[in-house]
Design a protein around this ligand. Structure first.
Ligand code: PMP
Length: 458
């Protein structure tokens, strides 16, 4: 049994981790990423805890990039996986009892208005594949070729998904990405893309999009889709204002442009509702799903869309691994456990607990912590330089200081200046408090170290 308190006994990486990290560095691609920032080799996980190869124990707020909805090794999900593995593992897109049950449960958690008109397409098992499917679907259904995406959005690393994502450095390294994508400003009000002030703005990002879509000389043709990540996760946990999302929905409805909402990171309860769009009182035409869908990290992805878009010909988006029965079986149990244990309520409660603690910390470190953004258990803490700009070195230092004390965190956002937290949805009060204690120590230690550094007083 791991936990209930983390314990780091070695310098990091410990000797056994060091050995595996070195072997990995010698044999795997230079594109490997997480172990560069979090230098550990992982042995096992249980609940919200992770043990490395040197038997150091961490609270895991990275959580397989937010994929493990109920943490590591949830007993009921493990049992569902074991039962299904023995029965049937892959079945292309043939109907099976496991898929049928999961489809019923998936449709059951959609808002009532969408349920009866929804079509489900299970894709290749990644978020990026589902994004590709959504874009292909909308292009096919509308006969149009352009896509509107938003600055700061992230939709995956395949060729088209990357072309739809905002991170410029990665796009720049791959010449000739998919053409026909127009980026519009996303309402990131902490660092307004239009240089406006939050108190005097009336969601001008949506205004700008509306005007461009109506402008006969905007240089665009009517797009096949508007692709929106309502809470930008990798973009730094940027929660869109209600007015922005509603206006994007209004204009897309008015102009008959399918609105695709990427819920890969937010779907299945991360924000305290089953889907982030529910906070906004809108209904998208297409929803992109993956990550937490099985509850325990079994790969699976889907697009759920309005039946009027269902003009695909048979075989329009095939792929070998579209029938992961183990993921379906785990996913059905996951949705059952979510309902039975009222886990959405827990997400809201624990989210508030983290938000309260982080807000206190922000006041204590006014400026250094420049913004705290939480929606349920999707949490971002932005660090600011003394001049107000983003501070990636500070975020990296906080992440390192937290790891040394037994808390695994990720960074992201513009310039990598945001510390991100993606705990399991069934996080308990004590673990949440312990994590916040460690985080407070890490912020204090990073602040002190940076203050004593050359000319960088926080
Ligand atoms: N969309 C969003 C919003 C994501 O957060 C991610 C992954 N972080 C993806 C798409 C891509 O998913 P995958 O890594 O499974 O391809």
């Amino acid at each position: 049994m791991l936990g209930p308190v983390p314990g780091v006994r070695t310098a990091l990486p410990g000797p056994r981790s060091r050995q595996l990290l070195d072997r990995q560095a010698a044999r795997e691609s230079n594109a490997r990423s997480y172990p560069r920032r979090l230098p550990i080799a992982i042995k096992r996980g249980q609940g919200a805890f992770l043990q490395d190869e040197d038997d150091n124990v961490f609270i895991d707020f990275l959580n397989a990039a937010g994929a493990l909805a109920l943490g590591h090794g949830h007993a009921e999900l493990v049992a569902a996986v074991q039962r299904q593995v023995a029965e049937l593992t892959q079945a292309l897109d043939f109907p099976t009892a496991a898929k049928d049950e999961f489809t019923t449960k998936l449709l059951g958690i959609l808002p009532e208005g969408m349920r009866s008109r929804a079509r489900v397409h299970f894709c290749g098992p990644t978020g990026a594949n589902a994004v590709e499917a959504a874009v292909k679907l909308c292009k096919t259904a509308t006969g149009r070729g352009e896509i509107v995406a938003f600055q700061g959005g992230f939709h995956g690393m395949t060729h088209a998904a990357m072309a739809l994502s905002g991170e410029s450095a990665i796009r720049a390294s791959v010449p000739n990405v998919m053409p026909g994508v127009t980026f519009f400003p996303f309402a990131y009000c902490h660092r307004c893309p239009l240089g406006l002030r939050r108190d005097s703005c009336s969601t001008n990002c949506a205004d700008y999009l509306e005007r461009a879509l109506h402008d006969t000389h905007s240089g665009m043709t009517r797009p096949a889709a508007v692709l929106l990540e309502i809470v930008q996760g990798e973009g730094g946990t940027v929660v869109a204002p209600v007015d922005f999302v509603r206006r994007v929905r209004e204009v897309t409805t008015r102009l008959d442009i399918p609105l695709v909402v990427d819920e890969v990171q937010t779907g299945f309860g991360r924000t305290g509702r089953w889907f982030a769009f529910e906070h906004y009182g809108i209904e998208p035409d297409v929803v992109v799903l993956s990550k937490m869908m099985s509850g325990i990290g079994m790969p699976v992805a889907a697009v759920v869309y309005d039946e009027r878009l269902d003009v695909w010909r048979p075989g329009s988006h095939t792929g070998t691994f579209r029938g992961n029965q183990v993921a379906f079986a785990a996913g059905s149990t996951f949705i059952d456990v979510m309902c039975r244990d009222e886990i959405l309520a827990n997400v809201r409660l624990r989210g508030q607990q983290l938000a309260d603690r982080l807000d206190l910390l922000r006041r204590e470190h006014e400026g250094f912590i420049s913004d705290v953004r939480c929606l349920g258990l999707l949490v971002g803490v932005e660090l600011g330089r003394p001049d107000g700009g983003p501070w990636p070195e500070a975020a990296a230092l906080v992440r390192r200081e937290a790891l040394r004390r037994g808390l695994i965190l990720e960074t992201g956002g513009r310039h990598d200046g945001v510390v991100r937290m993606l705990p399991p949805l069934n996080l308990d009060e004590t673990t949440a408090d312990t994590a916040m204690d460690i985080f407070a120590q890490a912020v204090a230690a990073a602040g002190t170290a940076l203050r004593s550094g050359p000319g960088q007083a926080p």
